[in-house]
Write a protein that binds this ligand. Structure first.
Ligand code: SF4
Length: 475
């Protein structure tokens, strides 16, 4: 049987797509190789968010092809994912030994195309066409793979984004928003729960827009689920306290919440303007929805938020953080911030710093602005010099780290509930779990702890890590 090695660049969506492709290939009889050198097929699942990520994947493929040539090995190689979608045939023009270029709506065709290439029926395949219903094809899981996947799983609920932020290439690589139906997603989550998964993270490029284009169609029944009488009523609602009309995304959360055996629900990536009052209220009334919210801020300056086409103001964002903290005290808040967006002045940057001081995020992922071809921001005037981007990156990082260290230190002496995912990747003698507010906790544990919800007392902290002792509270 042919062996395959998949290397993934980029975000959790890409990780999930790679897992679905691997599961598809395993079901067709492929075996998963431990390294690229040992594989008959090597696929690179690529990221286009920054130029650096694209160059890294191209260089990697160049090395793979060079090594195979010098060792006189025959290997089928392919690019898939975002860069495959945006560059298409150009990748084969640049690296003529590459056999396959598979776009973001074609992951489910991987096995069929690889079979043709391995059998010598076709020489090169480039497929980056749009395909209706492809959003429903990222479905299969490799649950007996890593420790993490058997306890906690990612479920893709939608593809694409219609927001068109001026810096972002995602609408071009992932296409228009397309959502799976609620019964389809719930059926996948139920299967996962039946196989021992206790935590599900709902995934998409902009999950808070889930189902907005499809509205009533999100309830198309493909299983034995109940259908709501009215599309905006809260169907299968966990709590009768809900009086708000729910958005499709909240309807989905409520439906997933009903699944027996599932203990925790998370989601990523949301958009701040998608946190309507119904979603904020869901945090207060759906106990399985973990008290953790990612709110991609991008900038604290209204002028820049407008240039970025983000669709909210600084004040609205601050109001949202207050509402969430009222709904779920102790909620963990994280964010993404871009420094050095075109036209960003020192004053704009100060606005970002002051917002971070006010909100006190638990963590922030900071990105130095990187121009992406075919995005409006790349052609904007007043591009910020690289040295200024670097300097602002360091200043913001220092502030975010200081705040986070204080927030992590405040956990010392507290008892928290964790879901144990498995051995730590860095030290197999330690086990790793996650708090409901999404903080990693390390403790001296064993295989018997995997998949358990348990209480630990936090004894000390490290960099974005808590160290706990379960023995103290589980005597
Ligand atoms: S909402 Fe997110 S994925 Fe969509 S365009 Fe903006 S940054 Fe990109």
């Amino acid at each position: 049987m042919p062996s395959v090695f998949i290397k993934t660049y980029g975000c959790q969506m890409n990780e999930r797509d790679s897992e679905a492709v691997a599961a598809q290939l395993v079901a067709k009889g492929y075996v998963l190789a431990k390294s690229e050198a040992a594989a008959d097929v090597v696929l690179l699942n690529t990221c286009s968010v920054r130029d650096f990520a694209e160059q890294k994947a191209i260089n990697k493929m160049g090395n793979i092809l060079g090594t195979a040539r010098s060792e006189q090995r025959t290997q089928i190689t392919g690019f898939m994912g975002c860069m495959a979608q945006s560059r298409g045939r150009e990748l084969i023009d640049r690296l003529p030994d590459v056999d396959l270029v598979l776009g973001t709506q074609k992951f489910h065709r991987a096995a069929e195309y690889l079979d043709e290439l391995l059998a010598g029926k076709r020489d090169k395949i480039v497929d980056v066409e749009a395909e209706a219903k492809s959003e429903a094809t990222i479905r299969e899981h490799l649950l007996n793979g890593s420790a993490k996947t058997s306890v906690s799983a990612f479920v893709s609920i939608m593809q694409g984004c219609n927001q068109h932020c001026t810096f972002c290439i995602v609408p071009a690589t992932r296409g228009e928003e397309r959502s799976r139906t609620i019964p389809d997603i719930v059926a996948e989550c139920r299967e996962l729960a039946a196989r021992g998964v206790r935590e599900i993270t709902l995934l998409g490029q902009i999950v808070t827009s889930y189902g907005r284009r499809e509205q009533r169609d999100i309830w198309q029944v493909t299983s034995d689920m109940k259908q709501p009488a009215e599309p905006h009523e809260t169907p299968l609602c966990h709590s009768s306290l809900s009086t708000l009309h729910s958005s499709p995304f909240v309807q989905l959360l409520e439906a997933v919440h009903e699944i027996d055996g599932l203990e925790r629900i998370r989601f990523t990536s949301p958009h701040p303007k998608g946190y309507g009052d119904d979603l904020v209220a869901a945090y207060a009334r759906l106990p399985k929805l973990c008290e953790s919210a990612h709110l991609p801020l991008q900038s604290g300056s209204d002028r820049l938020l407008k240039l970025m086409h983000r669709g909210y103001t600084r004040e609205k964002f601050l109001g949202l953080t207050r509402k969430l903290r009222r709904a779920r005290p102790g909620i963990g808040l994280t964010t993404d911030i871009i420094v050095g967006f075109p036209g960003e002045t020192e004053e704009d940057f100060e606005q970002t710093l002051s917002l971070c001081r006010e909100v006190e995020f638990d963590n922030a992922y900071i990105f130095k602005y990187s121009p992406r071809r075919d995005t409006p921001a790349a052609a904007m005037p007043d591009q910020v010099p690289v040295a200024v981007r670097e300097e602002r990156n360091h200043r913001l990082l220092d502030l975010v780290n200081d705040i986070a260290a204080r927030k992590y230190d405040a956990f010392i002496g507290r008892q928290v509930q964790i879901l144990v995912e498995g051995p730590s990747r860095k030290n197999a003698a330690r086990y790793t779990g996650r708090t409901r507010c999404n903080k990693i906790v390390l403790f001296d544990g064993g295989e018997r702890h995997r998949g358990q919800l348990m209480d630990v007392k936090i004894e000390r902290t490290g960099s974005f890590t808590l160290y706990g002792d379960p023995a103290i509270v589980n005597v």
